[in-house]
Design a protein. Sequence first.
Length: 226
Amino acid sequence: MDFSLDHFPVDLVLLALVAAFLALRLRSVLGKRVGIQPPTMPVPPRAEAASRVVENKVEPAGPTVEYDVPAPGTRVGQLLANIHQQDSGFNPQQFLMSVQTVFAQVVGAYAQGNRDVLKTYLTPAVYASFDAAITERETAGHKQRTEIQAVRSLAIEDVRLTQLEVGTGAAIDVRIVSDQISLVEDQAGQPVTGTDAVTEFSDMWTLERLLGVGGSGWRLAAARSA
């Protein structure tokens, strides 16, 4: 066998040594990685916004409800103070917050035809009118669709105190401004009255109760557009 360098591939050996050297250098710099490595994705900056997170979904913060209570020096303010004297648990702003809750429940119950809820919050006379309207709607096969998008404000407009044989009757008028979708649809789902566009509503509610009588709560005694 011929061991002379004339037939030995020196150039190939040199190339192999260079390749091995480069491979070792890359291994020392990059470290060991198994498989295909995905490119690094940029992280977007977190936006600063007035919002709330509900069930992992970012929703814009709702509008702040305005509660308007007459000043103590006004006639209505003095009557509210009179109610507080006879019922120490009465607070005008808390009263308006309760009216806001009842407003949503009554509007929803009327749309759904839920008479049990309506009996809880309405005087007998007002319940009778609501019941008649629901019966008429059901007979025609119509469906009421009402969605309260937002309640903008609640304001105490007037207060009346009446001396009765069973105690003092108190009546408070509250103006409620809200954004609603309200319409009546026929059996085919076509609108009969109202619109599916968000519309501002202004309602005047009168709530009544007997002061100083146990078990007497505020009930809706009248409701009209204002």
